[in-house]
Design a protein around this ligand. Structure first.
Ligand code: FAD
Length: 367
């Protein structure tokens, strides 16, 4: 997609997203316009606009709709399901799973986390073993699965050999309806309204080699590939939410007066709004620069972790300042200030916690 064409495309997305009042219609609107395939090269059936364009689209979707959960859930599908499928999927897997995901005709979920394996993910205990007929038998449970309650296909990480996780993990593509796959209800949670998180209980699912992504033992590579994109770009929608919140906070500061003068005339309020602007700008600059690395084929794990850590840190700084522009009105839903704070807290944990990003960056520094 040429840049002029993308500009028109984005304008169309902006006006349609602004009219969406609920998560389902936002997902349908964005997917039917091609958002989920935007970053994918045209040769692979995508829109060919690249990663920076896709991030801008996710940012716009959140900014215009004001909904945080749906753009987050779409981003989770794009980066943690579609990207590994593109990289490791066979032609039949592309036809069966990738094509409907890109078109918005199916939803995908990435299921790695378990109750006892969060940050310590490589200790996961979901297992697949070969039965006497050569089929895989998958058993275990998963939690915190974004899109879990409604997904049509699950990318499930399991142990298939003891010893090193580098070769002992395997990724399975498991469609909804597979006997033995029990999909839990949406988890009761705070924040990210519109993004459903769920649990899986996997009770002796019979799977074939054709359901394995990237071959037996490629699970670690699949996980790393997913995390390289997810950590880099999962916070693209947060940029749009911050931009929307900043605009509304500036309007509030200009329109509300106390002691006979607008709030915007008081230095404390002005400094807060400026610090919020700085947080948003630095987060946005870094995420977009990282997207340009991906477009140039030079995105590495260190850069992805750095981006996740910085953008989530600035998102949290921004949301610490925001309520103080509103005072008591911060508690009213129409300002969105406390809801956004909850979303910012969540951003410190998904795709690996901030502590884990620090660990990765420190290792990259040779520490
Ligand atoms: C909104 C949301 C969406 C998610 N979506 C998905 C999904 O789609 N698929 C999926 O598989 N998972 C998903 N997750 C799970 C997510 O990846 C985990 O929450 C995350 O990896 C942290 O694991 P935990 O929550 O078990 O925390 P824990 O690992 O229990 O960590 C608790 C605290 O201890 C710290 N800690 C742990 N170990 C160390 C250490 N060695 N050194 C220092 N500090 C440490 C952590 O940084 C954290 O602050 C999602 C989570 C959230 C919140």
């Amino acid at each position: 997609m040429a840049s002029q064409e993308f500009t028109y495309w984005l304008a169309g997305l902006r006006s349609r997203a602004a009219k969406c009042r609920d998560g389902d219609s936002l997902w349908h609107t964005a997917a039917s316009q091609g958002l989920l395939s935007l970053a994918i090269p045209e040769s692979a059936g995508g829109g060919g606009a690249g990663y920076e364009a896709a991030c801008l689209a996710l940012e716009t979707l959140a900014q215009e709709s004001g909904l945080s959960g749906t753009p987050f859930a779409m981003a989770a599908q794009a980066w943690a399901c579609q990207e590994p499928l593109i990289e490791f999927g066979s032609k039949p897997q592309h036809e069966k799973y990738l094509t409907p995901l890109l078109a918005g005709a199916a939803k995908g979920a990435f299921a790695a986390t378990e109750y006892d394996s969060g940050s310590d993910l490589l200790s996961l205990s979901t297992r697949a073993v070969r039965d006497s007929g050569g089929r895989w038998r998958l058993n275990g449970s998963k939690t915190f699965v974004t899109n879990g309650p409604t997904a049509d296909v699950f990318l499930i990480l399991a142990r298939t050999a003891e010893g090193s996780p580098l070769t002992g993990l395997t990724a399975f593509l498991v469609p909804r309806g597979t006997p033995g796959l029990h999909i839990g209800m949406a988890m009761d949670k705070s924040g990210l309204t519109g993004a459903d998180l769920g649990t899986l209980n996997i009770d002796d699912c019979a799977l074939d080699d054709s359901d394995v992504l990237g071959g037996p033992g490629a699970g670690f590579a699949v996980l790393m590939h997913a995390m390289r994109y997810e950590r880099a770009f999962i916070l693209a929608p947060a940029l749009g939410l911050m931009a929307r919140a900043l605009r509304q906070a500036v309007e509030h500061a200009r329109s509300r007066s106390q002691f006979g003068h607008p709030l915007a005339s008081y230095d404390t309020i002005r400094q807060r709004l400026v610090r919020m602007h700085v947080s948003l700008t630095s987060a946005r600059e870094l995420l977009h620069a990282t997207a340009r690395c991906a477009d140039a084929g030079t995105l590495d794990h260190g850069r992805s972790s750095l981006t996740k850590l910085h953008v989530s840190t600035e998102f949290n700084r921004f949301c610490q300042e925001l309520p103080d522009v509103y005072g008591g009105y911060a508690l009213l839903p129409e300002t969105g200030a406390t809801a956004l704070l909850t979303d910012a807290v969540a951003s410190r944990y998904y795709s690996g916690t901030s502590d884990m990003q620090v660990k990765i960056i420190a290792e990259g520094l040779g520490l």
